[in-house]
Design a protein around this ligand. Structure first.
Ligand SMILES: NC(=O)c1ccc[n+]([C@@H]2O[C@H](COP(=O)([O-])OP(=O)(O)OC[C@H]3O[C@@H](n4cnc5c(N)ncnc54)[C@H](OP(=O)(O)O)[C@@H]3O)[C@@H](O)[C@H]2O)c1
Length: 285
């Protein structure tokens, strides 16, 4: 595993294992397998509703806590100083740990300045080793960056060969905020694993489409959080450090970039409305 150094000096693995949509009843086993495969970064979120299951995997695993990198995310319904503060303690309790390596604000909605202040406080108290945001497009990121004391260290954003977010990436670099790519395989949508150029390049290197997709992101200065529930794919997705893409291959993959997210735009009014409503409703369940 390779590691990068965040702006505050904290080291983070460049490949992480995400548990989005992994149901709680299988999540413990899947995370145990991911740790056995060699993953050290586990990416969860309050809204994934599997924090306890991840915590159980950590208890079962023989990997020492200091070798792990745990990422959590504060959901919209926990936005505001008081709610976020309580939710940080809730996440720590569910994960069975007294600190997180990285906490992110999941979406730029609600009183996320209040949430950010709660994260800054927890950071100073040693409960969070690093703090950051997720899904903050350049306008929200620049705004937040200018009005907080502890600058965000990470912005986790959708990023894959079909939606490369190059402009956003350049702005993150300009502000010293590390770009962590979520959904490196576009969630398997858009016939991702059948893309001709990806398969051809993979064939050239004796690698798979998934490995080339990750390698492209790593060589473009991002780290990656990927998900699979298959043990053999966990090993496959970690095996990306023994080859490099040629300039021509990278150019060919860069040309696949589009403007359409495999999910949705966080600036689309209908999406914003739906997320804000859903954020409030989900937490009342
Ligand atoms: N911050 C945010 O708002 C946000 C949003 C979405 C995701 N994320 C994070 O990013 C992580 C990854 O994103 P994601 O889960 O949406 O999608 P993803 O990692 O891009 O793709 C996952 C899909 O690809 C398949 N897959 C994985 N490895 C494969 C391989 N080697 N060959 C063929 N198929 C493969 C998986 O199937 P199988 O499981 O069946 O193998 C699954 O269907 C999440 O788990 C989460 O931690 C964050």
């Amino acid at each position: 595993m390779e590691w990068i150094t965040l702006s505050n000096g904290v080291k983070m693995p460049v490949l992480g294992f995400g548990v989005y949509q992994i149901p709680a009843d299988i999540c413990t086993e899947v995370v145990c397998q991911a740790l056995s495969a060699g993953y050290r970064l586990i990416d969860t979120a309050q809204i994934y509703r599997n924090e306890e299951a991840v915590g159980q995997a950590l208890q079962k695993s023989s990997v020492p806590r200091e070798e792990l990198f745990l990422t959590g995310k504060i959901w919209i319904a926990n936005a505001s100083y008081e709610k976020a503060k309580a939710s940080i303690d809730g996440t720590l309790r569910k994960l069975g740990t007294d600190y997180l390596d990285l906490m992110l604000i999941h979406q730029p909605f609600g009183d996320y300045y209040g949430s950010y202040r709660a994260m800054e406080e927890a950071y100073r108290a040693g409960k969070l080793r690093a703090i950051g945001v997720s899904n903050f497009y350049p306008d929200r990121l620049i705004d937040l960056w200018h009005f907080v004391e502890v600058k965000p260290m990470v912005n986790q954003a959708e990023s894959h060969i079909l939606y490369q977010q190059q402009k956003a990436h350049e702005i993150m670099e300009q502000y010293g905020v590390h770009h962590q790519a979520w959904a490196p395989f576009a969630h398997g949508r858009m016939n991702f694993f059948s893309i001709g150029a990806l398969r051809e390049i993979a064939h050239n290197h004796g690698k798979t489409a998934a490995q080339v997709a990750e390698r492209f992101l790593l060589e473009a200065g991002r780290s990656v959080v990927a998900k699979t529930t298959h043990r053999e794919r966990m090993a496959e997705n970690l095996d990306v450090f023994d080859f490099s893409l040629t300039a021509q291959e990278k150019e060919s993959l860069r040309s696949l970039d589009g403007t359409t997210s495999a999910f949705f735009s966080h600036t689309d009014p209908e999406t914003v409305e739906s997320l804000c409503k859903r954020g409030a409703e989900v937490w009342q369940n």
